[in-house]
Design a protein around this ligand. Structure first.
Ligand code: HEC
Ligand code: HEC
Ligand code: HEC
Ligand code: HEC
Ligand code: HEC
Ligand code: HEC
Ligand code: HEC
Ligand code: HEC
Ligand code: HEC
Ligand code: HEC
Length: 317
């Protein structure tokens, strides 16, 4: 059962992963200073090693930058055996010989200033696009809307050392997604503000295959199952919309004015969006279960296992 469900996904990931890698490899490099083909940290691109001077040379004039850099995870690039275009300062700024010989001529090195979002991300992805987390940046809404890596990360001036972030979550995300902040101010919400749940638990900020950049669990199920494992089933009696339309058909995932993050204030109205009950079809004097008098409105007082049951087709237990 599980393997049948996973394998098409894996095939898809591999296929699309290769396709996007190929797309990047074919992308023309931009006309910024230092952005010649040889500047890109790519194994398969021919570079001229004599144009690289090494980070120790940069250190002679940029000692502070070097010290800061040494404290970040990117120091590891100095150990790379793949060639000078993967090492230290020049792995991002490109070959530095002309810049050094010009006594620090800014126009002779890639500075990131004024670079387009695509140019920036392309540079970073030269090392980072591999792996499930980052392979799909090209298709992300962030990339499509010119939000580059540097909107969230800063190699030299990170405020949050963890992940080299310019700001920590959720404030980072709120700077642009102001409407989402309101969602998390509602009386019932996932406790994102308190750090109990993070935006990136549910979304892949770097892009993926699902709508709204939602993550999936390792088994490619809905992201919600990662934490709410009891809702995952499989159940002998599934409540169909849980599996077909997803949790969002009844819940507002960010936050809600209704308890249990429900979309509707009254449970019965939530249910009646899909169910038309044959009301009072019995003899008028006899009570039936589904007339909409007050006491039958709380559907889940009887249908308690609303997410699916192993014992009862009507979800009573
Ligand atoms: C991982 C990529 C990366 C590496 C490695 C890197 N830089 Fe940078 N550098 C950047 C980016 C991006 C900027 C633009 C500012 C920012 O976002 O932090 C920048 C900006 C700069 C600036 C402009 C001044 C400033 O404070 O922003 C200098 C100078 C500089 N880098 C020098 C260096 C030196 C020297 C090294 C090696 C010790 C180095 N960089 C390594 C990406 C990198
Ligand atoms: C001989 C000294 C010297 C060496 C060596 C040197 N630089 Fe510079 N660099 C400078 C000076 C001076 C400036 C400032 C130029 C300006 O402000 O006009 C500069 C500017 C820069 C900038 C642009 C800063 C900005 O404000 O936009 C970057 C990026 C940079 N250097 C990276 C490097 C890297 C990477 C190396 C090593 C490959 C390196 N430099 C080696 C002297 C040097
Ligand atoms: C919309 C904001 C945003 C954008 C755009 C973005 N990132 Fe991230 N990135 C994050 C956040 C948030 C984290 C999680 C950091 C943490 O808490 O550890 C992260 C984590 C990472 C990590 C480390 C963790 C991991 O899972 O690999 C790397 C590497 C990374 N990003 C690289 C990139 C690169 C390269 C780009 C551009 C192609 C990029 N990011 C674009 C927000 C962003
Ligand atoms: C030469 C290859 C290379 C390039 C180019 C590169 N990185 Fe990295 N990056 C690395 C390596 C190696 C690490 C350390 C990974 C580790 O610790 O396992 C790293 C780590 C990171 C992390 C994770 C930090 C953490 O706390 O875990 C972030 C975020 C990141 N890089 C962002 C960027 C951004 C943004 C750019 C473009 C400006 C960039 N990188 C360019 C190789 C590179
Ligand atoms: C620099 C601005 C900026 C930052 C910071 C930012 N985003 Fe975005 N994000 C955008 C833009 C622009 C879009 C595309 C337009 C839209 O849907 O709002 C987008 C789209 C998205 C989408 C897809 C929405 C959809 O309708 O498909 C998600 C999910 C998302 N961002 C999550 C995040 C998360 C999580 C963070 C924090 C880690 C974050 N964003 C940080 C600008 C930003
Ligand atoms: C519990 C999981 C979860 C968390 C945590 C979460 N989201 Fe979402 N988010 C979703 C789901 C599910 C949707 C899709 C809702 C739909 O399609 O009806 C969504 C939709 C979105 C959208 C697109 C629609 C809209 O409302 O604008 C954006 C943007 C977004 N989220 C950003 C964020 C940001 C920013 C954070 C953190 C502050 C965050 N999300 C935290 C699950 C989550
Ligand atoms: C990273 C873990 C995590 C993920 C992913 C997650 N949740 Fe939650 N959820 C929680 C936690 C923790 C609580 C308890 C909240 C509290 O006490 O503040 C919660 C509470 C809830 C509640 C309210 C429960 C109550 O008793 O009031 C609902 C409904 C809910 N989540 C639905 C969802 C949906 C739908 C998704 C997918 C879009 C989702 N969750 C994804 C961790 C998660
Ligand atoms: C058909 C509508 C519907 C769907 C779809 C649905 N839920 Fe619910 N959910 C409810 C109702 C109604 C309640 C309140 C139950 C009650 O009143 O006891 C609830 C309560 C919850 C609670 C809190 C109480 C508990 O049982 O733990 C969580 C957590 C939750 N749902 C998570 C999810 C997740 C995760 C999904 C997707 C897998 C999901 N729900 C899909 C209707 C739905
Ligand atoms: C998004 C649409 C949707 C919502 C909302 C919804 N349901 Fe359902 N429900 C379905 C579908 C579809 C079936 C499967 C019907 C079938 O198999 O004929 C189903 C089946 C059922 C069944 C099993 C009965 C049967 O005929 O198999 C019960 C009981 C039930 N729902 C109760 C509820 C209750 C109570 C609520 C509100 C908490 C609710 N539903 C909300 C779509 C929904
Ligand atoms: C007092 C308990 C009780 C309440 C409250 C209740 N139900 Fe039921 N429901 C039942 C029983 C008992 C059955 C099984 C009837 C049968 O055996 O045919 C049933 C069957 C159903 C069925 C499947 C048969 C059909 O008519 O399609 C659905 C759907 C359903 N209920 C939805 C709801 C909804 C929606 C609500 C809230 C508006 C609700 N129920 C409130 C007890 C209740």
């Amino acid at each position: 059962m599980t393997s049948i469900r996973i394998s098409p996904w894996i095939t898809l990931f591999v296929a699309l992963g290769l396709a996007s890698a190929a797309a990047y490899a074919n992308q023309p490099t931009a006309g910024k200073p230092g952005a010649s083909q040889s500047a890109l940290p790519r194994g398969h691109v021919a570079i001229d090693p004599s144009q690289y001077v090494g980070s120790d040379t940069c250190k002679t004039c940029h000692e502070d930058m070097f010290k800061g850099f040494e404290a970040t995870p990117h120091w590891k690039t100095t150990l790379s055996k793949k060639g000078p275009q993967f090492q230290g300062c020049e792995s991002c700024h490109g070959p530095g010989k002309a810049h050094v010989e010009g006594g620090g001529d800014k126009s002779k090195i890639f500075t990131f200033q004024g670079a387009t979002a695509a140019e920036v991300s392309d540079r970073c992805l030269g090392c980072h696009e591999y792996g499930e987390e980052h392979a799909n940046f090209a298709r992300s809404q962030h990339n499509v809307n010119d939000v580059s890596c540097l909107a969230c990360h800063s190699p030299h001036h990170a405020k949050e050392p963890q992940g080299l972030l310019v700001q920590k979550q959720p404030e980072l995300c709120y700077t642009c997604h102001t409407n989402v902040k309101q969602d998390f101010n509602r009386p019932f919400r996932h406790r994102v503000e308190q750090g109990l749940v993070q935006c990136t638990d549910c979304h892949n900020q770097h892009g993926g295959f699902l709508t709204r950049q939602l993550r999936a669990t390792a088994a490619q199920d809905q992201v919600c199952f990662k934490c709410h494992t009891d809702k995952a089933g499989p159940f002998v009696f599934e409540h169909l919309p849980v599996k077909t339309e997803g949790c969002q058909s009844c819940h507002s995932p960010h936050g809600s004015t209704n308890p249990r993050l429900l979309k509707r204030a009254q449970t019965n109205l939530q249910c009646l969006e899909c169910h038309t009950l044959t009301q009072d079809s019995g003899v008028p004097a006899l009570p039936t279960f589904h007339n909409q008098s007050q006491k039958y409105q709380a559907c889940t007082t009887c249908h308690v296992q609303i997410h699916g049951s192993n014992f009862d087709e009507f979800f009573f237990k």
